[in-house]
Design a protein around this ligand. Structure first.
Ligand code: AMP
Length: 193
């Protein structure tokens, strides 16, 4: 199992680069944002709970998010054996600690954390452009600003957490999609051999 965490602020290109990683390395993709949006679309109880947080730019509480991820791993037990791209998870230190435990339970670990680094003005610009097409309830200026504050307060400390674990690879996240992906491939191949 080779497990990648793709990490970065909203708008840093996690989804776009995950698509390229899936195609190139044949890994299983778990986007917690997509999982939640799917519940919202299907009108499940979980979807109703999640929608309130997402529309307000807030994170879903850790215990709920962790149990959702554990179920996704169980439901896809065969597919995840090759390895997983975790996109949008972890977003807090408790989530990172749980991910470690959840993978240990399955005889695996996080192999590399790809940190897409993009400056804030570019993030806002990208998210506003995405909002024109995505129809996402959180891609409007007011919610984008809240999400960036949440990112700085709750998610960005994970960079130091994974630096301390020797797993963080900083990826310059500006430039063409292919140029960024080439940087990602270099970082992954160094660790994967
Ligand atoms: P994303 O598609 O990754 O940008 O996620 C969209 C929204 O879903 C986030 O702003 C959060 O409200 C929620 N979300 C996604 N992943 C997580 C997570 N790991 N922890 C808490 N909330 C999450």
């Amino acid at each position: 199992m080779f497990n990648i965490v793709i990490f970065g602020a909203p708008g840093s290109g996690k989804g776009t680069q995950s698509d390229k990683l899936i195609a190139h390395y044949n890994l299983f993709h778990i986007s917690t944002g997509d999982v939640l949006r799917d519940h919202i679309m299907r009108g499940t109880e979980l979807g109703k709970t999640a929608n309130a947080y997402i529309s307000d730019g807030k994170l879903i509480p850790d215990d709920l998010m962790i149990s959702i991820l554990d179920s996704v791993l169980d439901d896809n037990a065969e597919a995840v054996k090759e390895g997983v791209i975790f996109d949008g998870f972890p977003r807090t230190i408790p989530q990172a600690k749980s991910l470690k435990a959840m993978l240990e339970k399955r005889g695996a670990k996080v192999n590399i954390v790809l940190g897409l680094e993009v400056d804030e003005a570019e993030l806002i610009d990208r998210l506003i452009k995405r909002g024109l097409e995505s129809g996402r309830s959180d891609d409007n200026l007011e919610t984008i600003k809240k999400r960036l504050v949440v990112y700085h307060n709750q998610t960005s400390p994970l960079k130091q957490y994974y630096l301390d674990e020797g797993k963080y690879a900083a990826i310059e996240g500006s430039g063409s999609i292919d140029a960024i992906f080439n940087r990602i491939k270099d970082a992954v191949d160094k660790v994967r051999g």
